[in-house]
Design a protein around this ligand. Structure first.
Ligand code: C2E
Ligand code: MG
Ligand code: MG
Ligand code: MG
Length: 293
């Protein structure tokens, strides 16, 4: 990974290009230096430009907080908070997603282990792995290293991948998923229903969970089509012995529909937005206090 070398050539090309390409290059340069800063010793988990927020996942039957999804945030020194929707694509294109993703995995594992060490009820932490990252040869090794270095049990880590990432090279993806499974790390399919995996492919995935994409959840109270899709995914998931979680749950009506239709878990603003790690510790401490000894 080389950050510094390309700086001058980027400036040179930028003058020849239109604003949006120039903007991209500036953003890319920013990503590189943010990553550099985050890899400095002493930055991890501190006040780097990159940070992770954690969004609770709750069991729809018991209401129990059982897991969190780690979501990256970039606090740019001049432009403020930049959404991952704006920079993950660029990080993918440039390959920077590989070292950034490695930082995400390590930081999330270290955080999950810190909650455990503090005596809080155990959670699973999930990290998003995008296509290029998933294809990377050393992904499994990097994850194994992060688990070993932080001491987090593999069972406490989940990897979220999309159908599209998996389908880029199906055979290789299934091998990789099997390696993760063998290690004890679980897998879920993110944004399920928006990709193009076939049912026969799905059958061969060693996964434990389907995440119903939030585009099917947002209109759930009013759209008969979305209701049909959600019910179909839930029943498909259950027939394949998978747990089904709905993302983007914002209203009680959506939650009630999902619960009435046997969806297992939910994640969304209704329960909590993505929050800093300290807030998760508070939530866990509350559940600990309210449970019978
Ligand atoms: P995703 O993995 O599908 O994550 C769910 C997104 O929905 C998150 O957006 C989350 O903040 C948002 N969300 C959660 N609950 C609600 C809700 O009730 N309503 C609405 N409207 N939105 C909700 P975020 O954090 O902006 O992330 C966007 C996407 O960026 C993620 O989608 C994921 O694909 C990607 N991403 C985020 N962090 C990482 C990362 O560390 N690595 C990689 N490779 N991708 C990441
Ligand atoms: Mg996700
Ligand atoms: Mg998702
Ligand atoms: Mg999504």
């Amino acid at each position: 990974y080389r950050a510094k070398e390309n700086k001058n050539s980027f400036q040179f090309y930028a003058s020849e290009m239109n604003a949006s390409v120039e903007e991209k290059l500036v953003l890319l340069e920013g990503l590189r230096s943010a990553l550099d800063a985050c890899l400095e010793p002493g930055c991890r988990g501190g006040d780097c430009q990159f940070s992770l927020l954690y969004q609770p996942k709750v069991d729809l039957r018991t209401g129990r907080l059982f897991g969190v999804e780690a979501l990256i945030r970039w606090n740019h020194p001049e432009h403020g908070m930049i959404s991952p929707l704006r920079f993950i694509g660029l990080a993918e294109e440039s390959g920077l997603i590989v070292p950034i993703g490695e930082w995400v995995v390590r930081t999330a594992c270290a955080q999950a282990q810190a909650w455990r060490a503090a005596g809080l009820p155990p959670l699973t932490v999930s990290v998003n792995v995008s296509a290029r990252q998933f294809e990377e040869k050393r992904l499994v090794e990097r994850i194994a290293d992060a688990l070993r270095d932080t001491g987090l049990p593999p069972e406490a880590l989940e990897v979220e991948v999309t159908e599209s990432s998996i389908m880029r090279d199906l055979a290789r993806s299934v091998d990789k998923m099997r390696e993760l499974e063998a290690m004890g790390v679980s897998l879920s399919i993110d944004d399920f229903g928006t990709g193009y995996s076939s049912l026969s492919a799905l059958k061969s995935f060693p996964i434990s969970r389907l995440k119903i994409d939030k585009s099917f959840v947002s209109d759930l109270a009013h759209s008969a089509d979305d209701q049909a899709i959600a019910m179909a995914v839930i029943s498909l998931g259950h027939k394949l012995n998978l747990r089904v979680i709905a993302e983007g749950v914002e209203t009680e009506q959506q939650r009630d529909f999902l619960r009435a239709n046997d969806c297992d878990e939910m994640q969304g603003y209704l329960f909590s937005r993505p929050v800093p790690a300290a807030r998760i510790a508070e939530m866990l401490a509350t559940t600990l206090a309210s449970e019978p000894a």
